[in-house]
Ligand binder design. Structure first.
Ligand SMILES: [Fe+2]
Length: 225
């Protein structure tokens, strides 16, 4: 499974999504770039999202309490901010991160996320660049990059999610298959990501496991598309 569309956030949460947007853009302005990005097409940044009041509202509004204390738990949130007409090069998340839960805060129908099989990456001559595990937390999250394919938007792909990346869309993403994303609009693209762990600590559930848990427990304020 590459992704699973779960639905759209209820209009009752419009204020919450707007407050997340304002906070995300503030974080973008405040966060210095960790390195010079030579690739104009890959200027997205991932920023820890930990404003306590907003995180509390988010968790209480969307995740039933069972997600706080049982086998698969919400652990933290990040925001992916991509300036107009840029995205993120092909990568797998973290060292062994398998899945995540995304909410589009700002986005358009023309934006995309694409996945690429290992065989495709090999056929492109893609070179895996693994950052040191002792690097900062931020770098850790980008530890499996294909850095030598700066023209990633022009490459063939295995699977694509597009047309539905509108504000409020909620989906699960398989982060353990090579993927990239791109903002095809004149505004910032903002995606709020929730991460989960399962026992033993520091293990991340596969997207199928996370999907099964969500089907079992349900979500709050998420309506079918
Ligand atoms: Fe990713």
């Amino acid at each position: 499974m590459y992704y699973k569309l779960l639905g759209r956030i209820s209009e009752d949460l419009t204020d919450l999504l707007n407050d997340i947007k304002i906070e995300s853009l503030r974080l973008w302005d405040e966060t210095p770039s960790i390195k010079v990005m030579p690739n104009i097409l890959s200027r997205a940044r991932v920023i820890q999202f930990q404003d306590p009041a907003l995180v509390k509202r988010l968790r209480e509004s969307i995740f039933p309490e069972i997600f706080q204390d049982t086998d698969i738990r919400v652990i933290n949130h990040q925001v992916f901010v991509a300036p107009p007409h840029s995205g993120n090069i092909i990568h797998k998340d973290g060292v062994a991160k398998k899945s995540a839960f995304n909410i589009i805060i700002q986005g358009t129908k023309n934006d995309w996320t694409r996945w690429y099989s290992d065989e495709l990456i090999e056929s492109f001559g893609g070179k895996l660049h693994v950052l040191s595990l002792h690097a900062s937390n931020l770098a850790k999250r980008y530890s499996r990059n294909i850095s030598n394919l700066p023209n990633f938007p022009e490459l063939p792909y295995t699977e694509e999610l597009t047309g539905l990346m509108l504000p409020g869309t909620v989906y699960l993403i398989n982060t353990d298959i090579y993927h990239a994303f791109f903002n095809n609009s004149d505004e910032f693209r903002i995606v709020l990501q929730t991460n989960f762990v399962k026992d033993p600590p520091d293990r991340n559930p596969a997207v199928e496991e996370l999907d099964a848990k969500i089907q079992h427990t349900g979500l709050l304020n998420v309506n079918p598309l």
